[in-house]
Ligand binder design. Structure first.
Ligand code: NAG
Ligand code: NAG
Ligand code: NAG
Ligand code: NAG
Length: 410
């Protein structure tokens, strides 16, 4: 193959180079012929200078690729170690909807890579395979099962790791005990991780996003959780976490997103939550909180999403809120205990029964209501389609009858 060979791309297999708006000098040199061949082997069209579509270094006489993105590949297009060796100058490698089995990555490439992303792509991933990428700062795997006996196998060698997503990857075992202090982003959502949240996690002073949602974690939230002073987005939702919300969390100044929904958390809801100035999303639903909701109306209205339903021993002070407010929890009596709803009123099903008119007015302005409404809209989509189908069917039958009567008469 000569560099000018154009490769026809099959309809099922497209490979795109990351497009970066880098200021490439007009007198840019051409790509290394070996890399050009490797791209052609991967069915990437090289009729245009790949360095105008992707990032390349500025070496002379030949430039080298530094980023590559492969999307929508199929199984008959395999990576080969030889191709990867030719492309070993790459530091950012992304696979998106590329269902291809992994091959041996040459050491030079595993050393050079700083960013590895695989979304619904690499097959037969193992912890040992991933652990070889020890210079990664950014690891993002989502939707690809990883065979590993624990997350520590994957990450313990990655001394520069700043951002790690291992989501929906069938991961089992416990959370790591040792964490890289540089971590700013951790997403281990939608796995089968078990055990407790290790106290060592709270040493991560730079951590901004922590997502452990939809696992099998249990135990309590560590008392030192408030040491995570940079935290902005936190989700521990859909686990089996018990105990109270630790008081130290009042030390986290910039919390924007707090999702503790669907756990076994108990105790009273701390008042300091309403003093979190940045908070936009608050989900405490489906837990075992009790006592009086310590929030006022202006705080709840300042949130985009607020969910509190499914806490059977929790109630709100009706004197503090306007009449039309609906939380999915009952009002309190004068002792601060939930008033059990009288059997004949609509109160108990307030959230479900509230789809009538309040959409968009002040009462419907809460995120909670909005979310409820969204899911109701989705729920109704099915039945209304059926109804539509039935009515179309009926009217065409009627039309057919009339038409054949007319035809018969003629
Ligand atoms: C990769 O890691 C090695 C040692 O593990 C280190 O010497 C080297 O500088 C790193 N390379 C880059 C490009 O970060
Ligand atoms: C956590 O992960 C789940 C599922 O992957 C996602 O829906 C949710 O938005 C994430 N939450 C945060 C705070 O990042
Ligand atoms: C953090 O949460 C906010 C509010 O829910 C959301 O808009 C934002 O996208 C989240 N950021 C990250 C990085 O997950
Ligand atoms: C509502 O609660 C917030 C936070 O506790 C407080 O700053 C604010 O003054 C209260 N507003 C009213 C109207 O009571």
């Amino acid at each position: 193959m000569t560099p000018s060979t154009t490769i026809t791309t099959t309809t099922t297999f497209f490979l795109f180079l990351i497009y970066f708006t880098t200021a490439t000098s007009s007198s840019s040199t051409t790509l290394d012929p070996n890399q050009l061949k490797a791209l052609q082997y991967l069915h990437i069209s090289t009729t245009h200078d790949p360095c105008t579509l992707s990032t390349c270094d500025t070496a002379t006489p030949f430039r080298h690729l530094t980023a590559l993105r492969l999307t929508d590949c199929t199984a008959d297009h395999r990576l080969s170690t030889a191709v990867l060796t030719a492309l070993s100058t790459i530091t950012t490698l992304t696979f998106y909807n590329c269902h291809i089995p992994v091959v041996h990555f040459p050491t030079i490439l595993t050393t050079n890579l700083h960013s590895l992303t695989s979304i619904n792509s690499l097959q037969r991933l193992t912890g040992v395979f991933l652990s070889r990428f020890h210079n990664l700062t950014h690891l993002y795997i989502s939707g690809d099962p990883i065979k590993a006996s624990g997350i520590h196998i994957i990450t313990s060698n990655m001394k520069s790791l700043k951002s790690v997503t291992l989501s929906n990857a069938h991961l089992t075992g416990y959370l790591p005990k040792d964490w890289n202090p540089k971590l700013t982003y951790i997403d281990f959502s939608r796995n089968k991780l078990k055990g407790t949240i290790p106290t060592s996690l709270t040493l991560l002073k730079s951590l901004k996003v922590l997502n452990f949602s939809s696992n099998n974690l249990n135990g309590v939230i560590p008392n030192s959780f408030g040491d995570l002073i940079s935290l902005e987005n936190l989700s521990l939702s859909s686990n089996s976490i018990t105990g109270p919300i630790p008081g130290s969390m009042s030390n986290i100044p910039g919390l924007v997103h707090l999702d503790l929904g669907s756990n076994q958390l108990n105790g009273v809801i701390p008042e300091f939550i309403s003093e979190m100035r940045e908070l936009k999303y608050l989900n405490l639903e489906n837990n075992k909180f009790h006592g009086v909701l310590p929030f006022n109306e202006s705080f709840i209205k300042s949130l985009e999403v607020f969910k509190i339903n499914g806490n059977v021993d929790l109630c709100y002070k009706s004197s503090v809120f306007s009449k039309d407010i609906k939380f999915g929890i009952p009002p309190c009596d004068k002792h601060g205990m939930p008033i059990l709803p009288p059997p004949a009123t609509h109160e108990p099903s307030s959230l479900a029964g509230d789809d009538g008119g309040s959409n968009g007015d002040n009462g419907g302005g809460y995120g909670d209501d909005n979310l409820e409404k969204k899911s109701q809209v989705n729920d109704y989509r099915g039945p209304s389609k059926v109804a539509l189908g039935v009515s179309i069917g009926l009217s065409s039958m009627v039309f057919l009858v009339i038409f054949s009567v007319l035809l018969f008469k003629c």
